[in-house]
Every structure is written in structure tokens, then in C-alpha cells.
Write a protein that binds this ligand. Structure first.
Ligand SMILES: [Zn+2]
Length: 260
């Protein structure tokens, strides 16, 4: 059986064991840290034992540990570890906040359900929140629609995304977001895949689609620029293990020039 692993958070960063290549630490390597945690718990994940813990933000980091953001963890240790670390983060982050009932204000206690908290007074049960969002790669004549969100770093473009609103189907959200952000209508909407996105608790649901009508007109609020990009003229793209990057790479590989 595999050794157990620990996801130890200091603030929003994960503490990795700094071997020649940083990796997730085992029990024997985190004993002093785990004992000074403010909160901790067990994660059910596959066949190996996994635990999460949060240590005080002012705790000195032991010399053999190195702090790392979740995106960097994904870039360094791959998609599977990114997903597990994201799960650990969301649960840790939930226990950080779930102290009082939003219905009656009484304190919460752990419920017998996994990762649920229940009200000590009115009995309401609360679970870690998950916010569904859609993300879509729209294609027109061999080019992909990429847009610049006002919050992106300079030069960065990506596919259109947005949160699901109450009462909407995922398909309706995709059509509304594309309409609102760039004034286009789409057709041939197809499911692509999904990804948990722990910033702080999204579930990204990916689609592909084709342009149907309209010309790009950005909303000027969320989106400051957008355009159609050929596979060989890409701007700066999201890095790492994101589904946005996967959608763009899927488009590029489907339109790669034939070699030879
Ligand atoms: Zn209550």
C-alpha cells in the first residue's frame, strides 16, 4: 500500500517537502507541523490515506518545507495532484469559515456526514460550496475566439467563461455569456469536459461551439478586447493544467498544419 500523504496549508499555500524535486510530504515528515495545526481532517481519496491540515499563518516554515501556490503545484506535479490539492484546499477553506448557522446564527458542529456541518440549534446542515461555471471555445473558419478579461495579466487572452445564474441550464449560460461579453450567437454546442477549479470553489464545465451570427463587440466591462485567432498566431495563453488551456490545445491540435 502507498504511504499516506499530507496537504498542509499555510494561508492559501501548500507546504511541499523540498527534496530534489518538491513533493507532497508523508506523516513521518510532517509530525511537528501537523501537531501545531489549527484544524485538520481526513480526505477519502483512492487507495491511499490522505490528510489535510491548516497551520497558523505566522508559524515558521521548517527548513525542509517549501510553500507553493496551487497553480504552481499543478504545473510541477501534474493534473491529478492539482485536483487532489484543490479538493483538500476547498475542504480546508470551508472549515475555516463554517462556524455559524446562516439561518439562525447558532454555532455549527461537525455532522456525521462527510465534510458537512450542522447547526447546534435549528439542525440545518451545510456543505462546502461549489459554484458551477461554463467555459467555451467558439470556432469560426478555422479560428478560435479568444478574449481579454480586464483582470488578466498584460497580453493574456483566453476562451469565454462565466458563472451559472439561478434557473439557467449550462447551455443557456454559455449562450448568455457569449452574447453578453462579445455579442455573438453560437451553434453546435457540445460538451467537452469539466474540471474542479479551487479559486476558491468553482466547477468549470467546458464546451465547444461554432459561430452562428454577429460580429465581435466587447462589453467593455468584463472583456476589453477579443478576436479570432488562427492556430499559428496565438497570443499569451493561460498556463498549466487549466481546462481553458486544454480547450485551446484541443482546437490547435484539430487545426494543426499537416507536416511533410
Ligand atoms: Zn441554525
Amino acid at each position: 500500500m502507498d504511504e499516506d500523504i499530507w496537504y498542509i496549508f499555510k494561508g492559501d499555500e501548500l507546504l511541499l517537502y523540498s527534496a530534489s524535486r518538491p513533493r507532497l510530504p508523508h506523516s513521518s515528515e510532517v509530525a511537528p507541523l501537523a501537531s501545531s495545526s489549527v484544524r485538520s481532517g481526513k480526505l477519502s481519496m483512492g487507495c491511499r490515506e490522505a490528510f489535510w491540515a491548516e497551520v497558523p499563518s505566522d508559524l515558521p516554515i521548517p527548513s525542509k518545507m517549501v510553500p507553493m501556490g496551487l497553480r504552481e503545484v499543478g504545473a510541477l506535479l501534474g493534473e491529478e495532484t492539482f485536483a487532489e490539492a484543490g479538493r483538500a484546499f476547498q475542504i480546508m477553506n470551508w472549515y475555516r469559515r463554517a462556524f455559524f448557522c446562516v439561518s439562525c446564527g447558532a454555532p455549527l458542529r461537525d455532522s456525521s456526514d462527510d465534510h458537512a456541518r450542522e447547526c447546534t440549534s435549528c439542525g440545518s446542515i451545510f456543505y462546502p460550496p461549489i459554484s458551477p461555471a461554463v467555459i467555451v471555445a467558439v470556432e469560426r473558419d478555422g479560428k478560435i475566439l479568444l478574449a481579454r478579461n480586464v483582470r488578466f495579466p498584460p497580453g493574456r487572452y483566453s476562451v469565454i467563461a462565466g458563472f451559472v445564474e439561478p434557473g439557467e441550464s449550462l447551455e443557456e449560460t454559455v449562450r448568455r455569456e457569449v452574447r453578453e461579453e462579445v455579442s455573438l450567437e453560437i451553434r453546435d454546442l457540445q460538451y467537452f469536459g469539466s474540471q474542479s477549479w479551487p479559486f476558491p470553489h468553482s466547477l468549470m464545465v467546458g464546451f465547444t461551439a461554432h459561430w452562428a451570427s454577429g460580429e465581435i463587440q466587447v462589453d467593455g466591462k468584463e472583456i476589453e478586447d477579443a478576436g479570432w485567432f488562427a492556430p499559428d498566431e496565438m497570443p499569451d495563453l493561460p498556463q498549466g493544467v487549466s481546462i481553458s488551456r486544454k480547450l485551446i490545445e484541443h482546437f490547435r491540435s484539430a487545426h494543426a498544419p499537416h507536416e511533410g
